[in-house]
Ligand binder design. Sequence first.
Ligand SMILES: Nc1ncnc2c1ncn2[C@@H]1O[C@H](COP(=O)(O)OP(=O)(O)OP(=O)(O)O)[C@@H](O)[C@H]1O
Length: 778
Amino acid sequence: MVGLQKGPGLGAKKGSVAAPSKTGSTQNMSANIKVVVRVRPLNMKEMQSNNRIVVDVVDDKMLVFDPKEETRPFFYQGVQQPNKNYLKRANKELKFVFDDVCGQEASNQDVFETTTKDIISSLMEGYNCSVFAYGATGAGKTFTMIGTLENPGITYLTMAHLFYTIDSFEKDRDFDIGVSYIEVYNENVYDLLKPSSTPLQLREDSKYGVMVAGLSLHSIKTARELLNMLEDGNKNRTQHPTDANAESSRSHAVFQVYVKMQYKISSQLRMVKLSMIDLAGSERASATGCKGDRFKEGANINKSLLSLGNCINKLADGSNYIPYRDSKLTRLLKDSLGGNCKTVMIANVSPSSITYEDTYNTLKYAARANKIQLSIKKNIVDGDIRASQYVKINKELKKRIKELEAKLSLSSLKTVKESDGVKEKLSQQWRQRIQSAETAHAAIESRLIANMCQQRMLALRQHLRTRAFQHLTDLAHRCSTEHIQQMCVEDIPRQERAAESYVKQCALLDTKSMDVKQVMNSAKKVKKEPSQSSEVDKFSTIDPNCLNSTFVMAHKMDWKETVKVEPNRQPIKTQMERTNTITRTNNSNDRDISNVEVKNITDSADVNIEFIQAETLDPCTSQSIPSIKNRDWEENCKENIPNNIEVPNVFDCSTPKAMLRKPVSKELSVSYDKRKSYFNPLETRKRIITYTDKKINFLKQKEIREHDLSKYAKEEHEKHMLHEEEAHKKSMLYKEEAHQKAMQQMEERHKKYMEQQEELHQIEMECKKQHLENMKIK
Ligand SMILES: Nc1ncnc2c1ncn2[C@@H]1O[C@H](COP(=O)(O)OP(=O)(O)OP(=O)(O)O)[C@@H](O)[C@H]1O
């Protein structure tokens, strides 16, 4: 009977899954289990037995099981006879269409391309994936899944592709990979990477599905590590030779890869699992020839595979109950068969007619499995789930905030109650502090004001003291000059006496004219010319500046008027009868010496000789003056000494009498400079009169100055008193101002204090109101 098995039509990508978007939606997707049939090449035994080929691979999607055999035409007597072997079973010629069919020539790489290569992309999108190889013993399951070093199986190829894919995704995701390798032997689970005699227990988790408790997880970075790991694991796997397979695996091996990936930007976390299962081969005891333990192993294998077949049938029928818990294998494959998993089933078959029944059963199971509808979803741990969690967290936080606010309000009310008494105490303390601070401030201010007043008084005193010192120094200076002036004044009578003695001496000279004539004989060369009088007249006018330096005061005095001596310009009489009268015009304060009449002045030569002594004596000190150093005076003398007068030799000038004697010695002639110091008596007289006038004037000036000084002292005293009064007034005003300011500040502070008190009172009232309101709400 030839019939097309139920399944997807040719060319139709049955069970193909619509590519999920990369946005990470959690939409559930319905998909069929992908079924790939792999037909292995004939082994040596099969080839030797020359058995029939029962699997004819039509194309990559379809195969024909137990196809019709070509029969040679039989002719009898030239007529073709029907070739009918009634003893032979009729060929089934069953056409199977699967997702993929790999022929005998297909390599593991080809199988990988058609089976697991696509599911890696699904894995990266967050779907759990599983691949399991199903088939009879010796059908090539282990070869397909594990392979050899030269021809590695799809486990290695899948992992290599996984690492390749991870490399391309590492820019935006962080990956963490862990692997486990277990076997189910005689309905017990063992860790192949961590060998132990005690079997592991299976646990079911609502989130992650079936989990093996105590399973060791190993992280790997490269596919090469995986190869070594698989090799080590397979060494621990239970394998025993059977008649059907020299390296028959007596257990179901489950290799699982856990991939944890986290997006770097969104921190979305995805946990996915890839299971690759190498099932133990279903076997017939007659074919395997197993006895004892091997038989028992086979029975368990068959049992688990039977339960797997039952589950597949139920799933294909759409039954509500799936007996996953019938065996450990079905429990492990729960997710892969009917859960949240994209599953690929590789059905390994042998083309030889030796395994006719096994191949037929395998194909039937594969066809049934192909009908199973899966509901899959992405395993996103983070992302949108986190968003929903955020909403929950937000709500919880809001609740928490409300609770805390309520607690806070209660605690604040309590504190308000507790602090009622404390506030009063505190306010009293603060009042006391403010009062003490104010009193201290007032004391400091008063001290400051007193200090400032004292400072001002001291400055004033200092000023007055300096002025007084200046005044005293001025007075001392004036006293010193006055002393000199007084001395001069005291000498005035002496000057008068000198003038009187001068008049007497003139008279005496008149009487002794004869003797003088004799003396004059020594100066015969002197000619009496009319010009002499004019020469003498030249001495009539004396400039005060031409006075001897001896008469100049220590400090310059302001003379109110220049004293002018106006001699009578009467012609000078010859002989003794001639008299010269000197009249002096002066101010009203002139004394009794104002009108001094000088009589009996002889000729110039006589006068010159007679008054040498008088001139050389200082009128103030009556001491001799050795020389006259006033330049002007010298010039005057030089000009006024008549040219025709022969300067006599040196005379003895120790006494008046001696002056009238003859020259001491002719040899000791006097030089011109020396002679300049001797000047004529007329000039001396004039000088005395001038000096007297000056003294009188000076006295007047002194009186005026004394008067002025007393006046000035009075004024200064008055000024000083006025200053003191003003300073006192100012200090008093400043004190008053400072006091007023201090009082204003005190008032302002008091106001502020009262305002603060009011505010405190208002706050207290508000607190009480709130408290009452809260009590009402409660
Ligand atoms: N596609 C293939 N090409 C070449 N040799 C193959 C192929 N498939 C299987 N074989 C060989 O067939 C033999 C049995 O294969 P394998 O061990 O994989 O079978 P099995 O299904 O795993 O058996 P069991 O269930 O008993 O373990 C092995 O020697 C393997 O080398």
